[in-house]
Design a protein around this ligand. Structure first.
Ligand code: SF4
Length: 123
């Protein structure tokens, strides 16, 4: 009971983060999708502060990857690397999906990225 209440509180708190992040990103068509399409509980957005996510340089918006630690993200060859094109991505809707290496109920945004990105061979 307490765990489900904590989970709901965490989900509500995390659900508000992407909307704020993308509201100023200039990605207006994605901002609408991000805020409207978040899968319902038990899914929660993967926290960028999660130790595993942080170690992989994960960001819900690839534009926010810290190039000091992940310089390859800034290379021209990485321009089209996003979670949505990653072999490890399992879409739940147009904006969000699961990542097989992240927490079980965690979802990543289609425009996210991490250092484990692996081509799904779409492009
Ligand atoms: S492994 Fe792929 S789907 Fe998972 S967070 Fe990294 S880029 Fe996104």
């Amino acid at each position: 009971m307490v765990d489900s209440q904590k989970r709901r509180m965490l989900w509500l708190a995390l659900a508000a983060i992407p909307a704020r992040l993308f509201a100023s990103s200039g990605s207006s068509h994605l901002a609408a999708g991000v805020s409207a399409d978040l899968p319902p509980p038990p899914f929660v957005p993967v926290s960028e502060d999660d130790p595993l996510a942080d170690a992989m340089g994960f960001r819900q918006d690839a534009a926010r990857v810290d190039a000091r630690y992940f310089p390859t993200r800034k290379l021209a060859a990485a321009r089209n690397e996003f979670c949505g094109d990653c072999l490890l991505y399992r879409p739940l809707n147009e904006s969000w999906g699961r990542c097989v290496v992240m927490i079980p109920d965690g979802v990543v945004n289609v425009i996210g990225w991490c250092g484990r990105w692996t081509s799904a061979g779409k492009s």
